[in-house]
Design a protein around this ligand. Structure first.
Ligand code: SF4
Ligand code: SF4
Length: 433
C-alpha cells in the first residue's frame, strides 16, 4: 500500500507520464460533473458506496500511482479491452491486466485524428483519450492487447499495430480447440514479458483470488433479487465498473464491507428505492467506467434495474473456475472453458445469451427489459431483433435505446423510460381488474 498522493504530487506524476495536463483537467471536470448528476441524486445509497466512489475518482490518480509503483518494483502489465482476456493467467505470471475501455463522452471527438466518426463510441472514447494525452495508462504497460470480437476493434488494432487474441466466432468443437490454443499462447506471452513461470501453485492461487472477486460481485447481485433491493442498479453498475480497475484485494475488502452493510439494511427493511417501482433487466452493450446515462435515465424514471446481463454486469462475474485441479494443463483448460461460456454477440449463433437472459428474468423477477445499444455496435443491435422476438413470445415487454456517450439525448431517453414505465404499470392494472 503506498501513501496517498496530494493534488500537486498527482499533477507531477501526470506530467512525468507525458500527459496533457490542461486537457486532463477538462476530462476530470467533465467526469466529476457527470458523476454528480448520474449518481449523487440518490438519497438512500449505502454508506460503503463511498469506497467505490473514491475508487472511481482514484482511477486516474491514486490507482495510477499504485501501478507506477508496482512497475517500478519490476511488475509488468498489459492493457486490455474485453472480458475474454483471462486475468487468472496474467496474475499467475505476475502481470497486471489494465482494462482500457473508455466510457467518457469528453474524449470521443479526439479520436477523429485517426478513426472514422461512424464507429462505436467505446472505441472512439478509448483512443480519443490516448490521442489527446489524457490516458494515464498509455505508457504504463508492456503493450495493449486486443481481441477479435468486433470489426471496429479488429481494424483499430491493425491501425495502431496492436496484437490481438483470436476469439472464435462459433462455439463448435474446433472453435474450442482454437480458443484453448489462444489461451495457452497468451500464457506463454505473459511468461515471456514477466519472466515468471506459471506453475500449478501460482495459477491455483490466482484462480482463487479471481473467484473471490467474482463471489463478492455475485453476492451483491443476489441482494438485488429481493423485493426491496438494498442497492440500486446505478450503484451496482459503479461497483462492476470499479472492479475492473481497482486492486483485486482492495476490491474484495471493500466489497465485503459493503456486503455487511447490505445485510444490515435488509434486516432493517431498508431499500435503495423510495417505492416499489418497476423491476427491469438491463441488457446490451457494456457501460465502461464514466458511462451510466441509460441506467440514470431508467432509475430516475421509476424503473429499478435489478439485474444487468452486460459485460459490466452478470456476464463479467457469472461463472467460476474449479479450485481443486492439480496440473497447469487442467487449470488452463478450465479457464479456457469458463471464458468460452461468455455469451457475447460476436458469436453466431448466440443461443446461450437468450437462455441466460430468460433465466435472469425469472430469477430476478424482472417485469421488462431495457436494452441499450451503443451506436454502431452492429452485433448487439442486430441481435436485439431476435431478442425482442423471444421476449415478445414470452409476454415480456422491452424497450431498446441506441445511443452514444453524448449528454444531449439524456432527457429524451428519460421521456421514453417514463412512458415505458407507464405502459408496464398500465398492464399491471389491467391484469388486476
Ligand atoms: S461485449 Fe463482447 S467484445 Fe465487448 S467486452 Fe463484452 S465480450 Fe468483450
Ligand atoms: S460495444 Fe460493440 S462495437 Fe463497441 S467495442 Fe463492444 S462489441 Fe465492438
Amino acid at each position: 500500500m503506498i501513501k496517498r498522493l496530494t493534488h500537486s504530487e498527482l499533477r507531477e506524476m501526470w506530467s512525468d507520464l507525458g500527459m496533457n495536463l490542461e486537457l486532463h483537467d477538462q476530462l476530470l471536470e467533465s467526469n466529476s460533473r457527470l458523476f454528480k448528476k448520474t449518481h449523487l441524486w440518490q438519497k438512500k445509497r449505502p454508506a460503503a458506496m463511498a469506497l467505490f466512489d473514491r475508487a472511481l475518482h482514484d482511477s486516474h490518480g491514486q490507482r495510477v500511482a499504485e501501478i507506477l509503483d508496482y512497475r517500478n518494483s519490476g511488475g509488468k502489465s498489459v492493457g486490455t479491452f474485453c472480458i475474454y482476456v483471462p486475468d487468472e493467467i496474467a496474475l499467475a505470471a505476475n502481470v497486471l491486466t489494465i482494462p482500457l475501455c473508455g466510457g467518457s463522452g469528453w474524449s470521443v471527438s479526439y479520436a477523429d485524428k485517426m478513426l472514422p466518426r461512424d464507429i462505436c463510441p467505446l472505441v472512439r472514447s478509448t483512443f480519443g483519450m490516448a490521442l489527446s494525452g489524457t490516458c494515464p495508462y498509455k505508457t504504463l504497460k508492456e503493450y495493449p492487447l486486443g481481441e477479435t470480437t468486433c470489426d471496429a476493434k479488429k481494424k483499430t488494432w491493425d491501425l495502431f499495430g496492436i496484437p490481438a487474441m483470436e476469439v472464435p466466432q462459433k462455439k463448435n468443437k474446433e472453435d474450442k480447440v482454437l480458443w484453448i490454443s489462444e489461451v495457452k499462447k497468451f500464457m506463454g506471452d505473459m511468461e515471456k514479458i514477466s519472466e515468471v513461470r506459471v506453475t500449478a501453485e501460482n495459477l491455483r492461487e490466482s484462480i482463487k483470488r479471481c473467484n473471490r472477486k467474482r463471489a463478492v460481485l455475485q453476492k451483491i447481485s443476489e441482494y438485488r433479487k429481493l423485493r426491496k433491493p438494498p442497492i440500486s442498479g446505478l450503484d451496482a453498475l459503479l461497483i462492476s465498473q470499479v472492479a475492473l480497475n481497482m486492486d483485486i484485494d482492495s476490491f474484495i475488502n471493500a466489497g465485503n464491507e459493503l456486503l455487511a452493510e447490505l445485510k444490515a439494511r435488509v434486516d432493517k427493511g431498508i431499500s435503495a428505492y423510495d417505492n416499489d417501482g418497476v423491476r427491469v433487466l438491463f441488457a446490451g452493450t457494456p457501460s465502461p467506467m464514466g458511462y451510466a446515462k441509460v441506467h440514470w435515465a431508467a432509475e430516475t424514471s421509476g424503473l429499478q434495474i435489478v439485474a444487468d446481463e452486460s459485460c459490466t454486469g452478470i456476464r463479467y462475474y457469472r461463472d467460476q473456475i474449479p479450485e481443486n485441479l492439480d496440473t497447469v494443463d487442467e487449470m488452463v483448460e478450465a479457464i479456457a472453458e469458463r471464458y468460452f461460456k461468455i455469451d457475447c454477440p460476436c458469436f453466431s449463433p448466440n443461443k446461450e445469451r437468450f437462455d441466460n437472459i430468460s433465466s435472469i428474468i425469472e430469477e430476478f423477477q424482472a417485469e421488462a427489459v431495457v436494452h441499450n445499444i451503443l451506436q454502431f455496435c452492429h452485433g448487439f443491435n442486430v441481435e436485439a431483433g431476435a431478442l425482442d422476438k423471444m421476449l415478445k413470445d414470452n409476454d415480456i415487454l422491452s424497450l431498446k435505446t441506441v445511443c452514444d456517450y453524448s449528454e444531449e439525448d439524456g432527457e429524451q431517453i428519460k421521456v421514453r423510460m417514463e412512458a415505458f414505465r407507464e405502459i408496464i404499470e398500465g398492464n399491471r392494472n389491467q391484469e388486476t381488474e
